[in-house]
Design a protein around this ligand. Structure first.
Ligand SMILES: C=C(O[C@H]1C=CC=C(C(=O)O)[C@@H]1O)C(=O)O
Ligand SMILES: [Mg+2]
Length: 442
């Protein structure tokens, strides 16, 4: 895709509103960005107010970067196409939003990978908020059509409503898939595949039926408030269904050639009492089964990054990642990427890590596909953004799919030598405890 830009009449000036910049625009070819600064407004309410789909939301775990995207200028069938587009238009700071389902192999009838250049991108970097309007003129999209689409996007732009926070709807029924008895069977089947299948992450879908449709944006805001050091994210392909979550796990973060990844696996509860929580943390650091879960993820990521990095290092001791009600074993991984490696290569190599899949990868994925009684869809996929300068993707766990009055909560647990079906079931419960408590469930 050759990117050529003809001179444009006015350089984008963030102090001038987008509509004025747009009306001064003369013919051009290739991608173009108009940018406007915005006053303090939060990303989630801003995106909630917009009407153009797809919508995607992602905020870094450190809260320094927040992205809210609405509408689509270009869709890319693969991460490779998205990466290629970015390298061809490196002069512009284009940001492409991306999501991979757990099964990213284009299996018919399942969720397909999604990469798109948004029509409107609300962006916060530290305290600076901007709104970017993307346009792209080429053989298939005339200047006139692009101008009309861009004007339409600006005319339908809405300010977030300042409404008092309504309560979340009542839960009328709860249904687990699998139920506990089938779970126990599944765990023993997985353990029977040892030592070849050294780890497989098995998951549960817990379906809550609510009295009224649950507002995904309201739930996401509360979820993030309860778990400040996690990454909140959302994906809405249309106005019928939403996938949201608040994940503690980073797949990778790239800044230029610098790469950060991590193994987050191995779990216990984190009670409110600090002394009790510390005792549990210490026990977690020394526990064989949890250390195995973590080590398998670490080794897998290292072996996949080794061939594409000039330098690679990792925490030789696990840290404890502290969440609202849980604590995990975590090891950070640092690398310097070889220069020909792009974000698509990283996604292809790393996803799905054994934090959500297993080892050996192919055997674990086959086991999951053959035995899990539901489709994972976006759960345990990857969600984030890519740009020429930097990129970051999170592992889409601690997540929920909402459609009308159905709220599906997902949780998974790593089954390794030493796993006990009953304890792993409790771990599934613990992993949905925060979101359940927001829904008024114990
Ligand atoms: C698969 C999930 O968690 C993974 C991430 C951290 C700890 C995990 C564990 O201890 O089993 C899981 O591997 C999930 O929350 O659905
Ligand atoms: Mg576990």
């Amino acid at each position: 895709m050759a990117v050529r830009q003809l001179p444009i009449p006015a350089k984008s000036d963030p102090s001038i509103p987008l509509l004025t910049q747009l009306s001064n625009l003369g013919p051009f070819r290739g991608p173009l960005q108009l940018v406007q600064t915005l006053d303090r407004v939060s990303g989630i309410p801003w995106l909630q107010a917009q009407s153009q789909y797809p919508k995607a939301y992602w905020q870094s775990r450190e809260s320094d970067k927040e992205l809210a995207a609405s509408g689509c200028v270009r869709k890319f069938a693969t991460a490779n196409e998205a990466s290629h587009c970015l390298s061809e238009s490196a002069a512009l700071p284009l940001v492409i939003m991306g999501a991979l389902p757990f099964d990213d192999t284009n299996t018919p009838g399942t969720e397909q990978p999604l990469f798109f250049l948004p029509r409107l991108l609300w962006q916060r970097q530290d305290d600076n908020i901007t709104l970017t309007l993307n346009l792209w003129v080429d053989e298939a999209h005339s200047f006139t059509d692009e101008m009309a689409a861009a004007k339409d996007a600006l005319h339908t732009l809405r300010q977030p409503a300042h409404t008092p926070c309504p309560p979340l709807p009542d839960v009328l029924a709860v249904c687990n898939s699998p139920e506990q008895a089938s779970w126990a069977k599944l765990v023993s089947q997985a353990l029977a595949e040892q030592p070849i299948l050294s780890k497989v992450v098995l998951a549960r879908r817990q379906l809550l039926t609510t009295g009224q449709p649950c507002d995904p944006w309201l739930l996401l805001q509360r979820w993030h408030q309860a778990n400040q050091h996690s990454t909140p994210f959302a994906l809405q392909l249309d106005n019928q269904s939403s996938f949201i979550g608040c994940t503690p796990e980073r797949l990778f973060k790239r800044d230029g050639r610098q790469l950060l990844s991590e193994a987050v696996a191995g779990t216990d509860v984190r009670p409110k009492d600090p002394l009790h929580a510390r005792l549990i943390a210490m026990a977690l650091l020394g526990d064989g089964k949890n250390r195995r879960e973590n080590r398998i993820v670490l080794d897998d990521i290292l072996s996949r990054l080794g061939p594409i990095c000039d330098a690679l290092s990792y925490d030789d001791r696990a840290q404890v990642l502290k969440l609202n009600r849980l604590q995990h074993l975590k090891r950070a991984i640092h690398g310097r990427l070889r220069k020909e490696i792009c974000d698509a290569d990283l996604l292809a190599r790393l996803h799905p890590t054994p934090a959500v899949g297993g080892t050996p990868r192919a055997d674990a994925l086959r086991f999951i596909a053959a035995h899990e009684p539901f489709q994972r869809g976006w759960y345990a996929g990857a969600i984030g953004y890519l740009s020429h300068a930097n990129s970051e993707f999170s592992v889409a766990i601690r997540s929920a799919h909402i459609e009308g009055c159905q709220l599906a909560l997902y949780s998974g647990a790593g089954i390794v030598d030493g796993s006990d079906a009953h304890k792993e079931w409790q771990e599934l419960d613990n992993k949905v405890a925060t979101v359940r408590s927001l829904m008024g469930q114990k």
